[in-house]
Design a protein around this ligand. Structure first.
Ligand SMILES: NC(=O)c1ccc[n+]([C@@H]2O[C@H](COP(=O)([O-])OP(=O)(O)OC[C@H]3O[C@@H](n4cnc5c(N)ncnc54)[C@H](OP(=O)(O)O)[C@@H]3O)[C@@H](O)[C@H]2O)c1
Length: 276
């Protein structure tokens, strides 16, 4: 089936993208805009957001607007929700894209050992040398990548408009969020157990990780050795996405409000119909 025959949206369909000022987020805005939807590009920095809008407008897209949104700030989420409600009366698609890498290079180690950064980043995935995993970077990464997506979802869920085609929430995951990145099978099984896992369990899981980072005991535990901040944040996001899909499916209105297909092998989430 080609894209045209699957077209369920029109010029009144509203899509919100977080972290839309650069990278994948900006490209998602561009593709959704080119497909004819009304796109609200959001960014935590107003100048960077406006600049992205100008670029997209220069590329011929007129149906893209900007509003500031810092996913790490609850008040910013509330202000955005209120504006969205007044300006557009709600939304149909939410793309939770904003994220940080949580990576801090150990500059001294890199310099003293004359390390090539590409090798450091992509070779020897079972080695933590060359990176600093401190409490602040871990907290920021988890607060942005997991709690940020959750904050925005909770603020906007009441504004999602019912339609026969289904409103969509797309949480941008990563293969780094695969459960097998955890170095103990018990935790993998607990997080995979959709019958018993809960948001409270995710909170506990993240609290445990942050405590181990604070105590600098994380390498001795079951956390990933490379990119632990990012991997743990995406594992939490994937688990939340599965929980959210299950929760919304319980309600008659919600089975089509939010659709997901979850591919555990690859840790991907996407709505079956796609969004553009
Ligand atoms: N690139 C990849 O290979 C890859 C692979 C798998 C998954 N992903 C996922 O794809 C998504 C986009 O990745 P990317 O490579 O395009 O990243 P990127 O270029 O670093 O862009 C990240 C975006 O998130 C924004 N952001 C960070 N913190 C924010 C906050 N508190 N509030 C609002 N926005 C915030 C950044 O804004 P600023 O410009 O202000 O920093 C930026 O717009 C992420 O979820 C990432 O985990 C990427």
């Amino acid at each position: 089936m080609d894209l045209k025959s699957r077209r369920w949206w029109n010029q009144d369909t509203v899509a919100v993208v977080t972290g839309g000022n650069k990278g994948i987020g900006r490209e998602v805005c561009k593709q959704l805009g080119a497909a004819g939807l009304k796109v609200v590009l959001t960014a935590r920095n107003a100048d960077r957001g406006q600049e992205a809008i100008e670029t997209l407008k220069n590329e011929g897209l007129q149906n893209v607007s900007f509003h500031p949104l810092d996913v790490a700030d609850k008040e910013s989420c509330a202000i955005f929700a209120s504006w969205l409600s007044k300006e557009h009366g709600g939304l149909d698609i939410l793309v939770n894209n904003a994220a940080v890498s949580g990576v801090v290079f150990d500059d001294v180690y890199v310099r003293e050992n004359n390390i090539n950064l590409q090798d450091l980043m992509w070779k020897n995935m079972e080695c933590s040398k060359g990176f600093i995993v401190d409490y602040e970077s871990a907290r920021t990464c988890i607060d942005t990548n997991y709690y940020g997506a959750k904050r925005v979802t909770e603020a906007l869920l009441p504004l999602m408009r019912p339609s026969v085609h289904g409103a969509r929430i797309i949480n941008v995951g990563s293969y780094m969020g695969q459960l097998n990145n955890l170095r103990c099978s018990k935790l993998q099984e607990e997080l995979a157990d959709l019958e018993n896992v809960s948001e409270a369990f995710i909170d506990k899981f993240l609290h445990m990780y942050l405590k181990d980072v604070k105590d600098q005991t994380w390498e001795d535990k079951c956390w990933p050795l490379k990119y632990p901040n990012y991997k743990v944040s995406k594992i939490a996001l994937h688990t939340y996405t599965r929980l959210l899909a299950r929760e919304l499916e319980k309600h008659r209105d919600a089975s089509w409000l939010c659709q997901y297909r979850y591919d555990r092998q690859h840790g991907r989430h996407f709505s079956p119909g796609g969004c553009g």
